[in-house]
Structures are given as C-alpha cells and as structure tokens.
Design a protein around this ligand. Structure first.
Ligand code: ATP
Ligand code: ZN
Length: 226
C-alpha cells in the first residue's frame, strides 16, 4: 500500500482526445495548477489536488497501484483493463465513479462493405483484429460465437486489407476511418465516454474529504454544461 498522502492526485491524459477536455472540466471545478518544467506533474494551487499527465492506457494501473487516487479515462480503457486484470486472477480494485459527458465513441465490430450482415453468427470461425481482446471475448461469449481474436496494438482498421483478419473490433465515432478502409460497423459492443475512475476501497479521511468536495463541484460543473 502507498504511504498516506494529504493531497489528492488525479491522472489525466497528457496529450490526445481526452487531455484538454479533462483539464478544462477540472479547471471549471475551481482547480488551478502550477506546472512542472517537464509538464508531467501539475501542482494544485487552489486546492491540494494535483494532476499527473500520462498515457491514457496507464491510468487504471496507476489507480490500482495507488500512485494516483483518481483518473479521467475512457470507459473502453477502464473496462478492458479491468477484464485483463480479472483474467489474470486480480480482484477488482478500480471502478467507474462517474461519466463525464465527453469523449463519446463506441467499440464496434466492423466487417468489409461487401458482406451482407445477418448477425453475430457470421463471425463464427473468422479472425477479428482488435486492441480490446477482453471486451471482444466477453461479447463473443455472450453471443455464443467462436471466433479467433487477433491482437493488434494499432492500425486495426487496415488488418482486413492486409489479410491479417476478416473483421475488426475498434472504436468508432464518425465512422469515416472505417469507410476509408471499406469497412462498415455492424454491432456495438460498448458505448463509451470519458469517466472519472477511482478505487473501490475507501480513501483515508483526508483524501475522502477532498474527493467528496471534488465530486460535489463536478456535479455542479456538469449540470451547468448540459
Ligand atoms: P495515448 O497516447 O494517451 O495512449 P491514445 O492514442 O491511446 O493516446 P486517443 O486517440 O487520444 O488515445 O483516445 C483516447 C480516448 O478517446 C479513447 O480511449 C476513447 O475513449 C476516446 N475516443 C473518442 N472518440 C474516439 C475515436 N474516434 N477514436 C478513438 N478514441 C476515441
Ligand atoms: Zn492510449
């Protein structure tokens, strides 16, 4: 367990789709920061709430390890990481505290335009490329479909053209990337958006108080935005 801290530390994406909206949402809760020279750490000035700027994929693990108390991350990443930890025998340690209303996208199965889609059973015996093996496996099992999962860390949408896979399971927002690769979305596996992630276990009283204050301000800020 991490040593007791009297400040709250929130992990957000350093750069990417969630970086600016996460920061401006937290700023609208009345937080402000002094940035370190390497731009990895932001020291909270108005409240003892600091930011750690990291890759989004690292956020669930940082919470699990107690390095950070809270994080702003896509539900897709949080859920996938939870499934992976569960598959390797780990007990659940983090959960979604609250959805944040930005970063909307969906994790979808997409197939070549030329396929006449009739349903999930069409994927039986096929190879599906994805960076989300846990979520895809869970969905395939629920559908009772036996397919091969091809794990790719990026450029999933070109896998069918390269002959690496027959179909893909990837994040979609507008669908333009899929269309450019002659693919069409046919099944939604997860509706995602940015969420505030936090531990399942309770904080010590000091951080619990800070987290409660932050949650109250977040409610207010999100209500005004709607
Ligand atoms: P990092 O360098 O932090 O690992 P990344 O390339 O994994 O960045 P981004 O592309 O910035 O991450 O996406 C971050 C999150 O934004 C995704 O995990 C997802 O929750 C959300 N998102 C919203 N729309 C899309 C989209 N069209 N494609 C991908 N992610 C999207
Ligand atoms: Zn990432």
């Amino acid at each position: 367990t991490a040593p007791a801290r009297d400040r709250l530390r929130i992990a957000i994406q350093k750069s990417g789709r969630l970086a600016d909206p996460a920061r401006s949402l937290l700023a609208s809760c009345g937080l402000s920061w002094r940035e370190s020279r390497d731009r990895l750490f932001c020291f909270g000035e108005t409240l003892p709430v600091d930011l750690l700027l990291v890759r989004d994929d690292d956020i669930p693990g940082l919470i699990a390890d107690g390095v950070c108390d809270l994080g702003v991350v896509g539900r897709n990443v949080l859920t996938e990481t939870g499934l992976a930890r569960g598959a390797s025998g780990g007990a659940p340690v983090f959960r979604e505290w609250r959805s944040l209303g930005f970063g909307q996208c969906r994790l979808a199965v997409a197939v070549p335009d030329s396929w006449q889609w009739t349903g999930a059973e069409q994927l039986s015996g096929k190879r599906i490329a994805t960076s989300y093996p846990g979520l895809l496996r869970q969905w395939l099992e629920a559908q009772g479909v036996d397919a091969e999962i091809v794990l790719l860390s990026g450029s999933v949408e070109i896998a069918p053209r390269l002959g690496q896979a027959d179909a893909i399971c990837d994040l979609v927002s507008s669908g333009a990337t899929l269309a450019a690769n002659q693919l069409k979305p046919v099944e939604t596996i997860l509706e995602s958006e940015a969420v505030l992630a936090g531990p399942i276990a309770e904080f010590d009283p000091v951080r619990a108080g800070l987290a409660e204050l932050l949650m109250r301000r977040l409610e207010g800020a999100l209500r005004v935005r709607k």
